[in-house]
Design a protein around this ligand. Structure first.
Ligand code: C2E
Ligand code: MG
Ligand code: MG
Ligand code: MG
Length: 287
């Protein structure tokens, strides 16, 4: 019976492995289909400008509700899309959607910035600039309304090529942001080498500043350093009022996090933003 039990376990394991392999094989097709049929969509998380006391932008965050698997976390399927060689199509789809969002937000009210995330896999590719330029030309958007976030944790294969590409994107008018700052191995060298306009303090530091002196000093010094380098500082992962207020005291420029708002659908956020603008203010009650 032991052998039988073992045989069944192996069989079950094998079935699961095959199912996973099949799922991964169909991943390419599923990504393409998801972009067409709405299974893949973008959530938008608003950003709060401390100086102007208003919502000044939003970050586009990709979502995938797979009909079979249910919601799949972005950090999981972005990695799979990278491995399947589909990250370029996905990224250009995100850019196109973000342009539409920027057009809708900027049709009324003051300037509203939309941020998108650029995979480190793509940032050094020679085709990046021509593909982005094609989309921009076709859509006729003012690139200054878009911010491109690059994560410093994921390794770029070819750093000189990445820097060249980022300089070209910046010359086109895009704002550049270093995402998850403080978590990578190369934080300071990134800050020294990469052309950038904005630095996003990682949630792992931000969430500790109220109760931990060390993280508070690190965040305070990073804000000062960033300002000396003419960077805008965005804090991500603000979950409560004390963190929100402490960041204001430390001189942080922009805040993002559940305390301000969770990521929402574009229609939800536009409706809320439009209502606030109509009232003559884009202030949130909680802020
Ligand atoms: P990220 O760019 O650092 O995005 C911030 C993440 O923190 C988002 O997770 C957001 O939902 C979450 N977050 C925001 N406020 C809070 C908060 O107050 N508390 C907590 N605990 N979390 C908060 P999400 O949406 O799961 O995205 C995870 C990562 O996936 C992103 O990190 C980004 O690196 C990647 N990603 C998302 N969309 C895209 C995309 O379109 N392209 C690429 N290449 N990567 C993307
Ligand atoms: Mg980001
Ligand atoms: Mg981040
Ligand atoms: Mg992150």
């Amino acid at each position: 019976t032991e052998a039988l039990k073992h045989g069944r376990t192996v069989e079950m394991f094998e079935a699961k492995r095959l199912a996973n392999a099949a799922w991964e094989l169909s991943l390419l097709a599923r990504i393409d289909e998801g972009m067409r049929n709405g299974d893949i969509w973008l959530a938008y998380q608003p950003q709060w400008d401390y100086h102007e006391a208003r919502l000044s932008g939003a970050e586009a965050l990709i979502r995938w509700n797979d009909p079979v698997r249910g919601p799949i976390r972005p950090d999981e399927f972005i990695l799979q899309a990278e491995q399947a060689g589909r990250i370029d199509a996905l990224t250009y789809w995100v850019l196109d959607q973000a342009i539409s969002a920027a057009e809708r937000f900027n049709a009324f009210g003051p300037r509203f910035q939309i941020s998108i995330n650029l995979s480190a896999q793509l940032v050094d590719k020679p085709s990046l600039i021509s593909s982005v330029a094609d989309i921009v030309r076709r859509r006729g958007i003012d690139c200054r309304l878009l911010t491109i976030e690059v994560t410093e944790t994921a390794g770029m294969c070819n750093r000189p090529a990445a820097i060249q590409n980022l300089m070209k994107l910046r010359a086109m008018g895009f704002r550049l942001s270093i995402d998850d700052f403080g978590t990578g191995e190369a934080s300071l060298s990134y800050l020294a080498e990469l052309p950038s306009d904005e630095l996003k303090l990682d949630r792992r530091f931000v969430s500790k500043i109220v109760h931990h002196e060390r993280e508070r000093h690190i965040v305070a010094s990073t804000i000062n350093l960033a300002h000396a380098l003419k960077q805008t500082v965005v804090a991500e992962g603000i979950e409560d009022l004390s963190t929100f207020e402490l960041l204001r005291q430390l001189g942080c420029d922009v805040g993002q996090g559940y305390h301000i708002s969770r990521p929402e659908t574009l229609d939800q956020l536009i409706a809320r933003y439009a209502a606030l603008t109509k009232q003559g203010s884009t202030k949130l009650k909680s802020c």
